[in-house]
Design a binder for this molecule. Structure first.
Ligand SMILES: *Cc1c(COP(=O)(O)O)cnc(C)c1O
Length: 506
């Protein structure tokens, strides 16, 4: 009921502190603790399991009444900080994760302090993002007119890029009519090594996962171009509509890069959209001596990549480039009376703002992290860090090759090394079981965290190096520790069949 009575209205509920000085003390403590934590990373395990009593507390119910900020921080120190995923540690090389630059953490703090909505508006955050996008285009040698957007990551970037591709290559107006009215089914082409985020995007876009053809790869895990041509021809003959080729710059399994020039040629000849998933591998462009395999990258109609992998920034920040602005904006622009533009004020820069280039309206101010990091470090140094990571991977590959008890599972063209412990007495199935057990023991001891994969049916350890904190001795340790644990497991096999190996007989 409307009223002119102030009644129950109060002046604030203590959601902001009554005493800002008190908060200053807590804030300083948090910064001090963060710096202490970074500077002593090496002294702690990379990873350790979350103990049962901590888990129990993390399953506790909704606080009806609050406590103090200090108490919340104490809970964080006790239950959260000691049990990390492990990404910032110098011996974390699992999956693909950026090690995190201190400036990035502070930039995120400052960005959330401002709490800007970077979807639109005349405000600094929009200009910072435009500037960062301009720098990213310049660093990857894309034309300045390329349309671009920062995203939560490469998965989100693929959705945006493939939405633009789908709409551009469909016969009708997909935004209005959906895909049901398309005369021919759209098909897309990747390889068996294409990241699963591409398939997810294809599914989300209503194209159907089966429309994405998974082509075979050659000895170096690069897409077989002959197979690509045949698949396109076969689909055309079957009355389908080939629409898009997805090339990968740096596959997640082995770091392989497809022959981008030849993929671009095929797309040009066949009239297909050329998308490149360059999540981490495209950043190798920053190191001039690593550019060779990436030639052709700039011919992509769209590129998806991450800044939270090989630009060492914290999650989450990725980017999408779309060569043709009309296709990019055409896939997402939508007007509404509450989002129309005014002569002045914050709403004076609504049209053509970031909300028109992706599905999000409210957007995090994620540009501040790359903006401050590039100002602090400069692109040349970041390129050198990338080159160092590749040299380190080659060094590890050399250590593996020089041991008769270790075996490389794939070539090492970039920063990913897949390998395993081998012993002549073991069967193929036993090799898989032994290496699984070896990896879990290594991870649970907290000494190092590589991850795993299976290549041509063989299970192996997988070291993906996007870590600016690793030193040569860390790779020597990894090789040594693999040998030590492998020999320990062989001993267990010799002195009776241990629990972990029983499956091999099943
Ligand atoms: C990590 C990765 C992705 C997915 O990116 P997210 O940032 O995790 O969403 C896609 N492709 C490749 C090759 C990747 O390494």
């Amino acid at each position: 009921m409307h009223t002119k009575d102030r009644g129950e209205l109060v002046d604030g509920l203590g959601l902001d502190p009554a005493d800002w000085e008190e908060l200053r003390g807590l804030g300083h403590r948090m910064v001090d603790d963060a710096i202490e934590w970074w500077s002593t990373l090496r002294e702690r395990p990379v990873w350790r399991p979350v103990p049962a009593e901590v888990r129990a507390r993390l399953e506790g119910g909704l606080p009806q009444e609050g406590g103090s900020a200090e108490e919340a921080y104490e809970d964080f120190l006790r239950d959260v900080l000691p049990y990390p995923h492990g990404v910032p540690h110098p011996r974390f090389w699992g999956w693909v994760n950026g090690s995190g630059l201190p400036i990035g953490a502070f930039a995120d703090f400052l960005a959330t302090t401002m709490n800007s909505n970077a979807g639109a508006f005349q405000q600094s955050a929009t200009y910072v993002e435009r500037q960062v996008l301009g720098w990213l285009k310049e660093m990857l040698d894309f034309p300045a007119a390329t349309s671009a957007l920062l995203t939560s990551g490469c998965s989100h970037a693929q959705v945006i890029a493939l939405a633009a591709a789908r709409n551009a290559k469909a016969a009708g107006d997909v935004r209005r009519d959906g895909l049901g009215r398309e005369p021919r089914r759209l098909t897309l082409y990747g390889s068996v090594e294409t990241h699963n985020s591409v398939r997810k995007a294809v599914e989300l876009l209503g194209l159907g996962g089966d429309a994405l053809r998974a082509l075979p790869v050659d000895e170096e895990y690069r897409m077989d171009i002959q197979a690509l041509r045949q698949a396109i021809a076969a689909d055309r003959a079957a009355g389908l509509q080939p629409s898009c080729v997805i090339g990968t710059a740096g596959t997640v399994n082995t770091g392989a890069t497809d022959d981008l020039e030849r993929l671009a040629d095929v797309c040009a000849e066949e009239g297909l959209w050329f998308h490149v998933d360059g999540a981490f591998g495209s950043l190798a462009w920053l190191a001039p001596e690593l550019r060779g395999p990436l030639e052709g990258l700039q011919r992509a109609d769209s590129l998806a990549f991450d800044l939270h992998k090989w630009l060492y920034l914290q999650n989450d920040v990725g980017c999408v480039f779309v060569r043709d602005e009309v296709h990019h904006r055409g896939a997402f622009e939508l007007s509404a009376p509450y989002l129309s533009e005014l002569r002045g004020g914050p709403a004076s820069e609504f049209e053509g703002s970031f909300k028109d280039y992706g599905p999000e309206l409210t957007r995090r101010f994620r540009a501040l992290k790359p903006w401050m990091s590039l100002k602090q470090h400069g692109v040349r140094k970041l390129g050198e860090a990338i080159r160092q990571n590749v040299l380190q991977a080659r060094y590890l590959a050399g250590l593996i090759e020089s041991s008769s008890e270790l075996e490389l599972l794939a070539p090492v063209p970039l920063n990913v090394v897949a390998y395993r412990f081998v012993n002549p007495d073991l069967s193929p199935g036993e090799h898989d079981l032994l290496n699984r057990e070896l990896l879990v023991r290594m991870q649970e001891s907290g000494s190092a965290v590589p991850s795993h994969t299976t290549l041509r049916g063989r299970f192996g350890l997988r070291m993906a190096n996007t870590n600016h904190r690793s030193r040569p001795e860390d790779f020597e340790f990894l090789a040594q520790e693999t040998l030590r644990l492998g020999r320990e497991l062989i001993e267990e096999v010799r002195s009776g069949r241990p629990q972990w190996a029983l499956e091999a007989n099943a």
